[in-house]
Design a protein around this ligand. Structure first.
Ligand code: ADP
Ligand code: ADP
Length: 237
């Protein structure tokens, strides 16, 4: 469960761009965040993974208050946050297996990572997850040989290799065609259920948000203006 209380963020001396947000995302639920550009959606995700330092408020993940952590403890906690990106963020010239294993790099001694000597358990786990999302037969292909949907599956497996306690997805389908987008959304929902993972998705496409997520959170000018199940929203809202 992710629990955000009274989260405020201001950049520099500017006006706050998050103005006291409260949000809970239980395990095995998928929540999408929608709102016009500039509403604060990316800032919210970045506060959770601490690419951005919150100005005040608390963020708890499974009872651990992330906003209290510093140094090594913060780095350890950040590894439990799986990120999925719009542009996939794969290393093109590396293989699928190498990309997927990079989700574990933070856990590996440096020499092993450099030699690409992955622990047996990590290889087994990678195959299991690649199998699950349908890309195991591409393990030894270069990432740039795959289609967009396949690349995003690699991104998903890389995130799962971290044994995350939450998945954060920043416009995960924005560079995919509609059919592939639906498959990826469906996959995220299924994985959330299977692994009891809270999934928080910053998404543009309201129709996709309605179809594939459990709750839709609307943001405007740094505030949450609604938080509802898709059925509760007007059909063309
Ligand atoms: P969204 O993801 O909803 O488009 P953002 O979180 O990117 O919104 O932006 C919210 C507000 O914060 C905007 O006014 C934006 O200009 C501002 N902002 C975002 N990042 C920075 C930054 N690094 N420095 C200063 N202002 C920023
Ligand atoms: P069991 O309790 O039978 O081990 P789990 O649901 O805990 O079942 O795990 C089943 C498989 O899913 C295992 O291979 C485990 O490593 C993997 N798994 C469990 N939780 C996560 C997670 N948060 N992210 C990725 N994989 C996970």
């Amino acid at each position: 469960m992710l629990k955000i209380s009274q989260l405020v963020k201001r950049y520099g001396n500017g006006a706050p761009v998050l103005k006291g947000l409260d949000l809970e995302v239980p395990g095995d639920s998928v929540v999408s965040i929608i709102g016009a550009s500039g509403a604060g959606k990316s800032t919210l995700l970045r506060c959770i993974n601490r690419l951005v330092e919150p100005s005040s408020g608390t963020i708890e993940l499974n009872g651990l208050t992330l906003t209290d952590l510093k140094g090594a403890k913060l780095r350890a906690a950040r590894r439990r946050i799986g990120m999925i990106f719009q542009g996939f963020n794969l290393v093109d010239r590396l293989t699928v297996m190498e990309n997927v294993q990079s989700g574990r790099l933070g856990y590996l001694p440096l020499w092993r990572a450099a030699m690409r000597r992955y622990p047996k358990e990590d290889i087994r786990r990678a195959y299991e997850l690649m199998e699950r999302v349908g890309i195991a037969h591409y393990a030894n292909k270069r990432a740039d040989e795959l289609s967009g949907g396949e690349r995003q599956r690699v991104g998903v497996v890389r995130a799962l290799m971290q044994e995350p306690e939450i998945l954060l997805a920043d416009e995960p389908t924005a560079s995919l065609d509609p059919k592939t987008s639906e498959q990826i959304m469906e996959l995220l929902r299924a994985l959330s259920r299977e692994f009891s993972l809270p999934v928080l998705i910053n998404i543009h496409n309201v129709a996709e948000a309605k179809q594939y997520t459990d709750r839709i959170v609307g943001m405007r000018y740094g505030r949450i203006i609604f938080d509802a199940e898709p059925d509760a929203l007007d059909k063309d809202a």
